[in-house]
Design a protein around this ligand. Sequence first.
Ligand SMILES: Nc1ncnc2c1ncn2[C@@H]1O[C@H](COP(=O)(O)OP(=O)(O)OP(=O)(O)O)[C@@H](O)[C@H]1O
Ligand SMILES: [Mg+2]
Length: 254
Amino acid sequence: MTILALEDVYLSFGGINALSEVSFSINEGEFLSLIGPNGAGKTSVVNCISGFYQPNLGKILFNGENITFTPSYERTKKGVSRTFQNIETFQSMKVIDLIRLGAHVHLKASPFSNLLGTPSSRKEEKELLDFISDEILPILRLEDVASREVYSLPYGLQKRVDLGRALASRPNLLILDEPVAGMNKEESQEMIEVVMGFKEKWNLSILMVEHDMELVMRYSDRITVLNFGNPVATGTPIEIQQNEDVVAIYLGGE
Ligand SMILES: Nc1ncnc2c1ncn2[C@@H]1O[C@H](COP(=O)(O)OP(=O)(O)OP(=O)(O)O)[C@@H](O)[C@H]1O
Ligand SMILES: [Mg+2]
């Protein structure tokens, strides 16, 4: 079962092609990594899938449904969630509030009844808080910092908060844009173990953009390689390691 498919996606910025003919798909429960040199277009792909950018041409299908022009929050409601490569936004919020924000797309009560604090909206809000404090905070080990402002935390913890926000919407497809960038080996390992724990528990499909090749090779079912906005190859870690075009790209860049 395919959960996500990109079909011939093109994206340009003022006449410059960021993505051309990008096609690949992710199966349900699969861990697919997207790799490539700096500026290859990886974050642009993530932005197209999450609805931050709209492709100039091509299609994005989620569970068979064409979501190419679906607004970002609607995609989150359907089960697509992403983390950010650069976590600069919402830094002044408290950890718990930022994570709660991730789940707000699912609240049924109208903003008006939320404002009034009607019984149904209060019940919904409580269920959400319980879900976050039972299922998200302990596994991410953020309980002790729940009421701290995000900016006051060490970088590695900020990345975990952003992951918590993405998980709070209970995605089916989790997109990670450089989840361990800037982390030491121990922090990276911890982060990936947390992700794998949720993957198992919720049968998540994962799209990970990452430069840490050791991690990519160890955890991916398949890998797609981008270079100058073009998909060069898709295959298992061993196939990718042995692919001459891929080797040339990486050695050429050294
Ligand atoms: N909003 C934008 N406006 C103009 N150009 C953009 C924009 N976003 C991305 N680009 C360009 O598109 C190309 C791909 O950028 P992108 O951020 O997708 O690369 P990346 O593979 O994620 O790189 P990195 O590994 O450094 O994060 C680059 O040439 C970049 O300058
Ligand atoms: Mg990027």
